[in-house]
Ligand binder design. Structure first.
Ligand SMILES: Cc1cc2nc3c(=O)[nH]c(=O)nc-3n(C[C@H](O)[C@H](O)[C@H](O)COP(=O)(O)OP(=O)(O)OC[C@H]3O[C@@H](n4cnc5c(N)ncnc54)[C@H](O)[C@@H]3O)c2cc1C
Length: 217
């Protein structure tokens, strides 16, 4: 559910039989993640006052179970290079995309490619990690950068500030939710990034139950 002033609330069932709730809003870095629970709740209560839908219930739940609650910024990580010397990063540490919905896929693919390239650069007991890191960067960077580019533009597009922007967003949602339209645009909206990326095959995985050389995403 999206509300005016760039606020959104969401509910989704998890794989443990419980429901996960989240509230989000666009704001400059105010350091809210460093406040105590009571102060964070005060900020959220003020920010989501009068939004309606299930937000009051969600806030009551957050208040009642502080041990199940956390608050943090959604950040995008952009590094000029994924490695320095013998240190290399993978997953969110390398290319966290913000709310693009591909972070887990990319973390797994990154780890798979890194291990494959390290093995390919092995000569007996030594590994030429410079060669492996360069190959990893060459393969993964274009994929990661595509994932980091949301298909629908910036955060403001999906969390509008004005009532007018909200109307446009809801109209777009209504249109793309129609089965005929959804079938045509779903892949483009959710995972454009997977379209051109082909998972390389590596000898190290020859005996593993992994189907390599296929499109992912
Ligand atoms: C609310 C939410 C919803 C999401 N929904 C989706 C989704 O639907 N689909 C999707 O693909 N992605 C989703 N993501 C993104 C996804 O969770 C991440 O992209 C993914 O988990 C990144 O994997 P990672 O292994 O790089 O990092 P993480 O999963 O964050 O793992 C890093 C681990 O390192 C540990 N750690 C940190 N510091 C240290 C330290 N100093 N020493 C030892 N251990 C340490 C942490 O405790 C953690 O266990 C979502 C993220 C959030 C927050």
């Amino acid at each position: 559910m999206t509300a005016r002033d760039s606020r959104m609330a969401g509910l989704r069932p998890d794989n443990r039989g419980t429901m996960r709730a989240n509230l989000g809003f666009l704001a400059p870095d105010l350091g809210l993640d460093r406040l105590g629970h009571a102060a964070q709740m005060k900020v959220l209560r003020t920010r989501f006052a009068g939004v309606g839908w299930e937000t009051d219930r969600i806030l009551d739940g957050f208040e009642a179970a502080p041990e199940e609650f956390y608050m943090e910024r959604t950040d995008k990580v952009v590094l000029p290079t994924y490695s320095r010397g013998r240190v290399i990063v993978v997953g969110d540490a390398a290319w966290a995309g913000g709310p693009t919905g591909m972070g887990t896929t990319l973390a797994l693919v990154g780890a798979y490619v890194l291990a494959g390239e390290l093995d390919a650069a092995r000569d007996g007991k030594t590994i030429d990690n410079r060669r492996a890191f360069a190959a990893y960067e060459r393969i993964i960077r274009p994929y990661a950068e595509t994932v980091q580019t949301p298909p629908l533009g910036n955060s403001r597009t999906v969390m509008p500030r004005t009532t007018w922007g909200l109307r446009v967003l809801r109209t777009v949602h209504r249109v793309i939710a129609k089965p005929a339209v959804r079938a045509r645009v779903e892949h483009r909206l959710l995972s454009r990034a997977g379209k051109d990326f082909v998972l390389p095959s590596y000898p190290i995985y020859a005996d593993a139950p992994v189907t390599a050389g296929r499109d992912v995403g």
